[in-house]
Design a binder for this molecule. Structure first.
Ligand SMILES: *Cc1c(COP(=O)(O)O)cnc(C)c1O
Length: 429
């Protein structure tokens, strides 16, 4: 595989950006080697500067669920582009996207559009603290909620990949306001509430963790969170930046049928353009400026191009689309397991609709501790073998893989053929 142009571009990028990237998860720090520089994308494929084509399981880390450059998304962006790029005034695309989101997530009674998931979580936490008059927040080990100060404690994704200490640069007295406990562990969270009681403003949780690999919560765990937060009058915040409209028409909250007080969205609702949103119960959202005193603002918030791309994407996501995505996800997952088994390699493949992870472990991981116990070295060798065969996974054992509506029998078949080679290589080392 020729990689000259890509290598040159990365060399230049390393002079320009820390690590040569504008988001750490794109670097190959954990898997080794050099990132591939992409030139274009279409459907399930990425094409690099040297003309190599890859089946893409990153999907821009989630947003490209319809497949890259879906014609109807492109067309609607073009139509909006002709009308204006940004107004800084109210504009109709905001209403259209908000109504679509709220029809799918009825627990969102009012919403605020922002520019990233990070910003949305940060604002939702500020709102929770203001609404409860309390300061402590609780999150879960390996849960990633963007990179704002309060949530950079035991966070997954890039922080774990790089093995960074929790939160350099975060003031200690702020970090002390964040408690992180084990995911899927009813007793751990119970203990925190029994100890801190009415000091806790909110629990923020990925209802299906996606940033320590894909780790679904047990229904029992999420129900327990709902009960505890209600009992102690704390707010339950579902961070559905990743799961929102990936795992099904109504997000994870629909799948589990649990009502959070606030929901955070991002990724898919921007269709590949920068976006985030938070919303929930009307009486809480009434506290947000200018209705209420909780300040939150954004020059480009509700950007008409992002709103349009998001709506165009959501319109493609029908029940049928999800069952097709789920079908390919399941085929991939069971395919990986069977092939690994045939080479006497132990893997656990976790999966939900449109999302899966291959862990080199004997038993299915349920929390971050389990994930960290998986064989990272093996994952890295697997990753490189797949990449060399034109299959692009996230460059870290702690990231999920994403399946889009454009993945099909053909891409699944090719991916599993490559996996046959990869596992066979692994079994010989
Ligand atoms: C991606 C992600 C975020 C951060 O969103 P950005 O748009 O990258 O700031 C927050 N929470 C979860 C669960 C995410 O997956």
């Amino acid at each position: 595989m020729k990689k000259n142009l890509s290598a040159n571009a990365m060399k230049e990028a390393k002079e320009l950006f820390p690590g040569g990237v504008n988001s750490p998860v794109r670097a190959f720090q954990s898997v080794g080697g050099e990132p591939v520089v992409m030139d274009s994308a279409s459907g399930p494929f990425l094409k690099d500067l040297d003309g190599n084509i890859y089946i893409d399981y990153i999907g821009s880390w989630g947003p490209m669920i319809a497949g890259h450059n879906h014609p109807s998304v492109v067309k609607k962006i073009e139509q909006q582009l002709k009308k204006g790029i940004s107004f800084g005034t109210p504009a109709q695309p905001e209403n259209h996207l908000a109504k679509e989101i709220m029809s799918r997530m009825p627990y969102i009674e009012k919403i605020r559009m922002v520019n990233s998931g990070t910003e949305a979580v940060m604002s939702a936490i500020r709102l929770a603290r203001a609404a409860t008059g309390r300061e402590l927040i609780v999150k879960f080990d390996g849960g990633y909620h963007g990179h704002s100060d309060s949530v950079l404690v035991e966070a997954g994704s890039g922080i774990s990949t790089l093995g960074l200490p929790d939160s350099p640069g975060v003031p200690r007295n702020l970090a002390e306001k964040s408690i992180s406990v084990a995911y899927n562990d009813n007793e751990a969270i119970q203990q925190v509430f029994e100890e801190k009681r009415e000091e806790i403003a909110c629990v923020v949780v990925e209802p299906i963790a996606g940033n320590m690999g894909c780790i679904p919560a047990s229904t029992d765990f999420l129900k327990h969170l709902r009960l505890l937060t209600t009992k102690y009058s704390a707010l339950l915040i579902f961070d559905e930046v990743m799961t929102g409209f990936r795992v099904g028409t109504n997000g994870a909250q629909g799948l589990y049928n649990i009502q959070p007080d606030l929901t955070v969205l991002g990724k898919i609702i921007g269709g590949g353009l920068p976006v985030g949103a938070f919303g929930g119960k009307r009486h809480l959202m009434r506290e947000v400026a200018p209705d209420g005193p909780v300040y939150q603002a954004g020059t480009l918030s509700g950007n008409p191009l992002a709103m349009t791309a998001g709506l165009a994407t959501l319109e493609l996501l029908t029940g049928e689309t999800y069952s097709e995505i789920w079908k390919q996800t399941q085929k991939l997952a069971s395919g990986f397991e069977e092939i690994a088994e045939s080479h006497s390699i132990k893997v656990s493949v976790t999966k939900v609709c449109g999302m899966f992870s291959i862990f080199f472990t004997k038993s299915t991981p349920r929390n971050f501790l389990d994930v960290k116990a998986s064989d990272i070295g093996r994952f890295n060798r697997f990753f490189h073998s797949m990449l060399n065969q034109g299959i692009y996974f996230g460059p870290s054992a702690y990231e999920a893989a994403f399946v889009s509506a454009s993945h099909n029998e053909e891409t699944t078949k090719k991916t599993l053929q490559a996996a046959e080679t990869a596992f066979s290589e692994l079994s010989q080392t």
